[in-house]
Design a binder for this molecule. Structure first.
Ligand SMILES: NC(=O)c1ccc[n+]([C@@H]2O[C@H](COP(=O)([O-])OP(=O)(O)OC[C@H]3O[C@@H](n4cnc5c(N)ncnc54)[C@H](OP(=O)(O)O)[C@@H]3O)[C@@H](O)[C@H]2O)c1
Length: 305
């Protein structure tokens, strides 16, 4: 069955929750030059003042004061914070404004499109998660192109959103609904948790009485070289150096002694050390026996606590 949206090249997008991501995407949708012509219908935020500020940036559309004053649209972007997406979709469904073929989507990285409440099965739902930091909409409008976009949900909705996000420079790929949590945790590991790990490393240097200027001299080139190696080698094992790669048990034992009194530091060291042992096995520099002994040291350090 061809839905009204799939058949049309003139589409209206309305946005519930036009904050940093919502305003950026609406502006990009409006300005894209593909064969789909987009107009912005309405914006509905918590406050009218916030909706008017969003509209000023987007350059099209009008403000809705509440779900009951929403007018018909083809696509509905729900870009409220994750905790309120479900509630916002319920309010949208209850407003009675959704019509057959409408597409309702959100942009959360961890939540599936299944949290979107639809009045019946004549509308479609999806989610599109762009791997982009929308801290500043003005900057994001020019830096968004090239961002990966994970698309998940009803086939009909995914088809339209693939076209729309590709038209604004997104690099779309399909993601299974039940894998979203794992996918998002992976992106957090590479971004937020990497920052936490580096912050921990700085604290350890400070504890060793090394001042912040010297910390930068030690860490900055090391971080750059490591990230550079990682980005230039498809197999992470090719970038691993250090005591675990060499099978150096006494150095690992010295580290564990030094970290014994700091639970966070020791837990992070042992958890990541176990991953490094797996990589070292692939490398083949250290013997199986050396790596087994290192694994025993790491496990024992956790058990002893
Ligand atoms: N920011 C990013 O870098 C980024 C990246 C990828 C994905 N995302 C996803 O994008 C979504 C939005 O994130 P964001 O950072 O753009 O959020 P944000 O800047 O905090 O904006 C949220 C907006 O939602 C409005 N809002 C909150 N509750 C509402 C409700 N019940 N009804 C109507 N409007 C409501 C707020 O209105 P008021 O201003 O009136 O309070 C605000 O304009 C989230 O799902 C997030 O996971 C964000």
């Amino acid at each position: 069955m061809t839905t009204p949206v799939l058949a049309s090249t003139n589409l209206t997008v309305s946005c519930i929750g036009a904050g940093r991501l919502g305003t950026t995407l609406c502006r990009l949708f409006l300005e894209q030059q593909s064969d789909i012509r987009i107009s912005i219908g309405q914006v509905l935020n918590n406050s009218l003042q916030s909706s008017l500020k969003a509209l000023d940036f987007i350059g099209d559309g009008t403000a809705a004061e509440n779900p009951q004053s929403l007018k018909p649209a083809d696509l509905w972007l729900i870009s409220t914070p994750d905790d309120t997406i479900q509630e916002a979709s319920e309010a949208l469904a209850q407003s009675g404004i959704l019509t057959p073929g409408n597409i309702v989507f959100h942009c959360s990285g961890s939540l599936s499109s299944k949290i979107i409440h639809l009045p019946d099965n004549r509308c479609y739902r999806a989610s599109v998660h762009p791997t982009h930091s929308f801290a500043d909409p003005t900057r994001s409008v020019s830096t968004f192109p090239g961002s990966s976009c994970a698309v998940e949900g009803d086939k009909q909705a995914a088809q339209v959103l693939n076209r729309l996000f590709s038209a604004i420079g997104g690099k779309c790929f399909p993601l299974q609904s039940d894998k979203k949590g794992l996918y998002h945790a992976a992106t957090v590991m590479a971004c937020n948790n990497l920052v936490a790990l580096l912050a921990m490393s700085k604290k350890m240097l400070a504890e060793a009485d090394i001042d912040s200027a010297q910390q930068e001299l030690i860490l900055n080139p090391l971080i750059r070289q490591t990230v550079d190696n990682f980005l230039n080698n498809p197999n992470p094992a090719d970038s691993l150096t250090g005591p675990i790669s060499r099978g150096d048990q006494s150095t690992v034992a010295t580290h564990l002694d030094a970290l014994a009194s700091q639970r966070q530091w020791r837990n992070a060291y042992t958890a990541l050390g176990e991953v490094a042992v797996d990589l070292a096995k692939q490398q083949g520099f250290a013997s199986d026996e050396e790596l087994r002994k290192i694994m025993d040291l790491l496990t024992k350090a956790n058990d002893d606590y």
